[in-house]
Design a protein around this ligand. Structure first.
Ligand code: GLN
Length: 304
């Protein structure tokens, strides 16, 4: 039996002495307030045993991690039709790059870069009467955490500064790959990204991707095949132009966000979440990457 608690505490201790913690994201002004001395980790195994250390109960902005959740809701709703409007190839580009979008006629490379996530939002808006409410209750139901909320300040902060996302949305619109209007799609997207929760809450939420599509209460949200596809997309596209590095160092499917969170999972075994707001130059949490490398190296558990 692996002693996850001892391993996680060991990792937390090791990381305390790391001097260079990266830089907090400032392009969304509200995120610049985060304290880069924070570090939290929570691991949940397939039998619902929970292990944590550090600031694992503190709520943070999950940002791009939310793209996996909107993808799950849209894929669950419309099935394989989704792939007519968004691809499944890694971009090898930063999350907000627009050049490929133009070269590939408005079909984003994958649903985890910003342009792809905007198309996914558009699909949800077309299928739900109250997409923001429906998305929030989807997230609350899966995690069984009714307290999860949108941080309105973060959403408004990004609305005021998210010019690159406006550019992506208008470009998609010009190619006919947004059915709803740009403001509506961006409003949904900025709210989705502003979801705020702790490492523990996020681990409960991502349990479905580790557990063949079923939440902790046993309800199925995705088929086994759909989970396979979403995990494949996380592995190849979850860290933008650092997806290769994450697979090489950590060896798990996962997803990062500029709020400093990272979720990673080993199918049928465990789901782990780290949070530390200091980012490396590629926009991924500096300490989070180090922590997860140590976790899979010390336990010998990875998909490889
Ligand atoms: N809301 C952020 C953006 O669109 C999400 C980016 C991220 O977490 N990588 O820029």
């Amino acid at each position: 039996m692996i002693d996850f608690q001892a391993i996680i505490e060991g990792i937390s201790n090791n990381l305390q002495s790391v001097y260079d913690r990266g830089d907090v994201a400032t392009y969304i002004p509200e995120l610049a307030k985060a304290d880069k001395n924070k570090f939290g980790i929570h691991l949940i195994d397939s039998s619902n045993n929970n292990f944590s250390s550090g600031d694992s109960e503190e709520a943070f902005s999950i940002q791009s991690i939310s793209k996996v959740l909107s993808l799950a809701q849209a894929f669950g709703k419309v099935g394989d039709q989704l792939w007519k409007r968004v691809g499944v190839e890694p971009s090898g580009d930063p999350f907000n790059h627009l050049s490929l979008l133009e070269m590939e006629n408005g079909i984003p490379r994958n649903p985890l870069i910003n342009a792809g996530a905007l198309v996914v939002c558009d699909v949800l808006i077309s299928h739900f009467d109250n997409p923001k409410d429906d998305f929030l209750s989807y997230v609350r139901r899966i995690s069984n955490e009714p307290e999860i909320y949108y941080d309105e300040k973060v959403a408004q902060s990004e609305k005021r500064s998210g010019f690159n996302n406006y550019a992506a949305a208008y470009l998609l619109k010009s190619y006919g790959n947004l059915k709803n209007d740009v403001e509506t799609v961006l409003d949904f997207y900025f709210h989705q990204c502003s979801l705020t929760m702790s490492c523990r809450q996020l681990a409960k939420l991502f349990y479905i991707f580790m557990n063949k599509g079923k939440c902790l209460q046993g309800q199925a949200y995705l088929s086994i095949n759909q989970v396979k596809r979403i995990n494949a997309i996380m592995l190849t596209c979850g860290f933008y132009d650092e997806a290769g590095e994450f697979a090489f160092e950590v060896g798990l499917p996962g997803k990062s966000g500029v709020g400093g969170g990272i979720v990673a999972l080993l199918p049928n075994k465990f789901c782990v979440v780290t949070w530390s707001p200091g980012l490396n130059p590629k926009g991924n949490s500096k300490l989070g990457m180090l922590a997860l490398e140590q976790l899979t190296s010390k336990t010998g558990l990875s998909i490889f």
